[in-house]
Design a protein. Structure first.
Lengths: 84, 134
């Protein structure tokens, strides 16, 4: 069981060390890691988020709740240039 | 309309400029969101940890911010936009009638709606048959 202590995870944690799974809060949504795993439910409020976006030639930011008041279609897909 | 993937905004621009703009006049009109860390996808239950990608998740959110519908497909099968539009129109009708009307299976705009209540119990067959679903 070699422990790789020289490599850091992208989060800054050292590989092999336990992540702060419970109790830590997510930087953007202020939710705990456990809650972040899946909080979207049909019939419930859509979890808000803010993220970078590309829009008509500009790099900008988008916040879901800015669109509340209108009908929103939110579509995820596997990746750009992936055929389907 | 918002689209989300784990690609950077720079890749979104390249995809729009070099491919999508050849399918859609003027390019993509909506925001293409970059969710590099998968945080949005995790919140919506569509982020696949082992592949590092987001599944084909589609959410219809009403003006109150309530998720009215979701659909999640694995990568190889594409969505059918007409079905999404049909569902949005159906949810808009239900909302416009404040829930007094409901849409039967296969409902398309203009077709008969149902008005749930004591008088309709056991009598749906009189007004709707499976053959009406096209």
């Amino acid at each position: 069981m070699a422990k790789e202590s020289s490599c850091a995870k992208p989060t800054g944690m050292v590989l092999g060390e336990a992540s702060p799974q419970n109790g830590s809060t997510h930087p953007e949504t202020n939710l705990t890691e456990t809650e972040v795993m899946m909080i979207a439910r049909v019939g419930e409020k859509a979890p808000d988020f803010q993220a970078p976006s590309y829009h008509q030639g500009d790099f900008t930011e988008v916040k879901l709740s800015d669109y509340f008041g209108k009908w929103i279609l939110l579509c995820f897909y596997p990746g750009d240039f992936t055929f389907v | 309309m918002l689209s989300v993937s784990v690609d950077s905004v720079f890749v979104h621009k390249m995809w729009n400029d070099h491919e999508l703009s050849k399918m859609v006049d003027g390019g993509i009109p909506f925001h293409m969101v970059s969710d590099a860390a998968g945080n949005v996808g995790k919140t919506y239950g569509v982020y696949n940890e082992s592949l590092g990608i987001e599944l084909r998740g589609r959410f219809i959110i009403d003006p109150d911010g309530i998720i009215q519908a979701m659909e999640v497909l694995t990568p190889p099968v594409g969505r059918r936009l007409a079905e999404t539009i049909r569902q949005i129109k159906a949810f808009q009708l239900v909302r416009a009638t404040q829930g007094k009307e409901a849409t039967p299976a296969g409902w398309e705009p203009g077709q008969l709606t149902l008005t749930p209540g004591p008088g309709l119990v056991g009598r749906v067959w009189e007004v709707w048959q499976p053959s009406q679903e096209r």
